[in-house]
Ligand binder design. Structure first.
Ligand SMILES: [Zn+2]
Length: 162
């Protein structure tokens, strides 16, 4: 069970670059905060759990990592620089999908975990993200991991029943 979420954002704040070259804009921040809002309203918010997550994934918590992945989907679509990882605020080119090697973390593993988390908690959200066409949003872990474990086993068991 979730609760209401309120996003406070200043759309007139000028865009700027971080010291490490990442373009920050009100709309990229809104995309990030909307990911948190979906989590909060669906009872899917993940507070930091002290599992040494930060050392492996360069984000303070799964919650921030998942919001950062969704922010990067928007960044890729908007042709903004990609946020290389959460903590560094460093940029990589908008023109390449974030990867394990560009981010320096086990990103594919993290993406899969994000997709499965939202699939369990906010299935309609996942369905909508999966539908975004590749020419609109080339970086789309929700489309890429559409048939990974959870969905695939659901299809298998449905087939067995049918
Ligand atoms: Zn955040």
């Amino acid at each position: 069970m979730g609760c209401e979420a309120v996003i406070r954002i200043d759309p007139t704040r000028p865009a700027f670059h971080t010291e490490r070259g990442l373009l920050k804009t009100p709309d990229s921040s809104l995309a990030h905060e909307l990911a948190h809002a979906v989590a909060i309203t669906h009872g899917a918010f993940l507070p930091p759990d002290g599992d040494n997550f930060e050392a492996t994934y360069r984000a303070p918590s799964r919650e921030e990592a998942y919001a950062w992945i969704i922010e990067n989907m928007y960044r890729r679509e908007a042709r903004y620089s990609i946020r290389n990882n959460y903590l560094d605020n460093a940029a990589t080119s908008f023109a390449a999908d974030p990867s394990d090697s560009s981010s320096g973390i086990p990103l594919r593993h993290l993406e899969r975990a994000a997709v499965e988390h939202f699939r369990r908690k906010a299935a309609a959200f996942v369905t909508e993200l999966e539908r975004i066409p590749e020419d609109v949003c080339p970086y789309n872990p929700f489309r890429r991991h559409r048939w990974t474990s959870g969905a695939r086993s659901a299809v298998r068991s449905a087939g067995r029943r049918g």
